[in-house]
Write a protein that binds this ligand. Structure first.
Ligand code: FES
Length: 329
């Protein structure tokens, strides 16, 4: 059985399954809810019931005052909906709303889709969830002298399991050292999030995502978030890489193309990063409606200016364009 929750004053609506916490239902639907521990300790997920009733589904340490309880204050992580609900709760609306966090996590799994690419899965302690907006990045300290800034490559709905995509740069001592440190159980420290390469949710426009190699990581996070939001406008992804190995999640992208009604996906192999802007121009030059799109592009660092020039020259509006240079280590 599903119950609808409406957040006041924002008006966001989402569904909560029977027995599921209101927080889980909201995060699954892409709501940027305030939360931290998910287990009833921190009080960050507090909301006030304006209409409807809830049922507590887990014990919580956090205590409301008698006055707050009388006013209908609840914890969204510890309650489910017993029927349709209206809650007073504000969402995180902007990057500035997200506090800087510092937490320790461990590597729980590393996948190697190619010899030179790694998908690293971390696991935070149960009571510490990393809160971020899709498209943001964090500083990760894998070991002494081994700190890098990396985009998060997962949906913000799963802050207990941050993911990162890494590319091995042969001959770069830091990169080789990092690949050598990818062992299950290795402790990492995270600080952040930072960055404003985040979705403009207020305009439900067609979206064009452009990524070079592991620049796909923040795009993956944005795509997962957009899918959770049930975005109604068309989605397009262009992924460019030096060669086939750099398109390391191509099958995932193809599965999206099969599953989503209005998602198009194309790839281009460039041979070299310096061909990024010309290759991108070639991919888009026959497309006539680009001024309709909000565009999120992650080019190689040395191609940022050329990419901007190419995209503006193709008719994309400057105010609809966000560019983040690919983070390299
Ligand atoms: S998220 Fe900490 S109390 Fe709900």
């Amino acid at each position: 059985m599903l119950h609808t929750v409406e957040l006041i004053p924002g008006g966001r609506r989402f569904e909560v399954q029977q027995g599921e916490s209101i927080l889980q239902g909201g995060l699954r639907a892409g709501a940027n809810l305030r939360y931290n521990c998910s287990n009833g300790t921190c009080g960050e997920c507090r909301a006030k019931v304006l209409q409807g009733s809830v049922n507590q589904i887990q014990y919580h340490d956090f205590c409301f005052s008698a006055a707050e309880t009388a006013q209908g204050c609840i914890l969204m992580c510890s309650n489910t909906a017993l029927g349709d609900l209206r809650l007073a709760a504000t969402e995180l609306g902007a990057v500035a709303d997200i506090p800087e966090q510092q937490l320790t996590a461990k590597i729980s799994k590393t996948e190697f889709p190619s010899d030179d690419h790694a998908i690293v899965h971390l696991r935070t302690p149960r009571s510490q969830t990393l809160q971020f907006l899709a498209g943001q990045e964090v500083h990760v300290r894998f070991a002494e002298e081994l700190t890098c800034r990396l985009p998060l490559a997962n949906c913000p709905c799963n802050g207990l399991r941050p993911q990162f995509h890494l590319r091995r740069v042969h001959g770069d001592p830091l990169s080789e050292q990092l690949f050598g440190a990818l062992r299950n159980g290795t402790a990492c420290e995270m600080r952040g999030p930072t960055g404003d390469f985040v979705l403009r949710e207020e305009t439900e426009k067609p979206l064009l995502f452009i990524a070079y190699e592991t620049g796909f990581a923040p795009v993956y996070s944005l795509l997962e978030h957009v899918i959770a939001l049930d975005w109604q406008a068309p989605l397009q992804l262009i992924w460019l890489a030096d060669d086939e190995r750099g398109l390391y999640l191509k099958n995932y992208c193809r599965s999206l193309q099969d599953a989503l009604d209005d998602f198009t996906f194309s790839v281009a192999e460039l041979g070299d990063a310096q061909n990024f802007a010309p290759g991108l121009r070639e991919s888009l030059e026959r497309q006539t409606d680009l001024s309709r799109y909000d565009v999120y592009a992650v080019p190689p660092p040395e191609q940022v200016a050329a990419t901007r020039t190419a995209l503006l020259g193709l008719g994309i509006l400057a105010e609809h364009l966000k560019i983040a240079a690919l983070e390299t280590i």
